[in-house]
Design a protein around this ligand. Structure first.
Ligand code: ATP
Length: 290
């Protein structure tokens, strides 16, 4: 039996960092939601072999133990003493090192898929708890949908999905190191977004209030180093997006747009000077484990 699993990207509608903890992690409060831009993970059992093999055509994706999907398979194999090997083939559609949690989503899809393939019978909560050992964003990606993430990002409280809309994404040709952005963050000198206002706007299903409440405390750090990110934000606003924000630690910028014709204008406008531009729907619904 081979299994194919979708691994959707996330965007942060709101991202705040509260303080640096004694253990070195940052305490965060974020609202995350999945979008219809996804990698495809294929899991093929390797009978008579004990290995985990990563297959990917993307030269930016490591094919060894650095790959988060590899780490997910290894964690399940070791925790549940699985003797069987698996080949994990990753077809990337999510840009790498983009602030869209591509690697984390691949790991989460691998956990969901292997739970089925190896008939482990784990609940979504148990999978998320395991996922958090791989990376802070993996727990959210196991659930998918829309959620508030706290702690170092691994404590997930699902909330109702926002009203449907378009998301146009534009990624400049730079990769941003999340660790470096956090290192350069000076919490006493930044504007903190109102995460509670975002949660309330989503619960009220109030699209205009969602657009007013987007915010990301990491934006200032990345914008200072990469002026092209600020330029993309300006252009997205100029072409008429309802709200514009950088996702995660960047450099991808997303625009929320309600109407089809406006989405076309923003998409076409951005394609004029940015190679990687996508127009997708906001998903907002949780994964099912079936
Ligand atoms: P986040 O928003 O969670 O910080 P990101 O979207 O910015 O993540 P990723 O696309 O996950 O970043 O990639 C970050 C790094 O992780 C890459 O430079 C790559 O070397 C490594 N990596 C490990 N596994 C994967 C994977 N399956 N897909 C892409 N990159 C991976």
């Amino acid at each position: 039996m081979r299994l194919s699993v979708k691994a959707p990207a996330k965007i942060n509608l709101s991202l705040d960092v509260l303080y640096k903890r004694p253990d070195g992690y940052h305490e965060v409060k974020m609202v995350m939601t999945t979008i219809d831009l996804a990698d495809r993970i294929e899991l093929v059992p390797l009978p008579g072999e004990d290995a985990i093999r990563i297959v990917s055509q993307n030269r930016f994706v490591p094919d060894d133990c650095r790959n988060l999907a590899y780490q997910a398979a290894k964690l399940l194999k070791e925790t549940f003493s699985i003797r069987e090997g698996v080949a994990i083939s990753i077809t990337k559609h999510i840009p790498v090192a983009a602030g869209l949690a591509g690697g984390s989503s691949d790991a989460a899809a691998t956990l969901r898929g292997l739970n089925k393939l190896w008939q482990l019978g784990l609940s979504v909560h148990e999978l998320a708890r395991l996922g958090a050992q791989i990376g802070s964003d993996v727990a959210f990606c196991v659930y998918g949908g829309t959620a508030v993430a706290t702690g170092r990002g691994e404590i997930i409280t699902p909330i109702s999905p926002p009203p449907p809309c378009w998301v146009v994404l534009a990624k400049p040709p730079i990769g941003v190191s999340t660790a470096e952005v956090y290192r350069n963050l000076q919490l006493e000198h930044v504007n903190h977004p109102d995460v509670e206002a975002m949660i309330e706007a989503i619960e009220r299903h109030d699209y205009a209030a969602i657009c007013r409440s987007v915010g990301n405390v990491l934006e200032e750090v990345t914008l200072k180093k990469y002026p092209e990110v600020a330029h993309i934000k300006e252009q997205m606003r100029r072409f008429g997006a309802d709200a514009v924000l950088m996702s995660g630690s960047g450099p991808t910028v997303f625009g929320l747009i309600e109407h089809d014709s406006r989405m076309q204008r923003v998409y076409n406008g951005l394609r004029g000077f940015c190679d990687q531009v996508f127009a997708v729907r906001l998903l907002g619904e949780r994964h099912s484990l079936d």
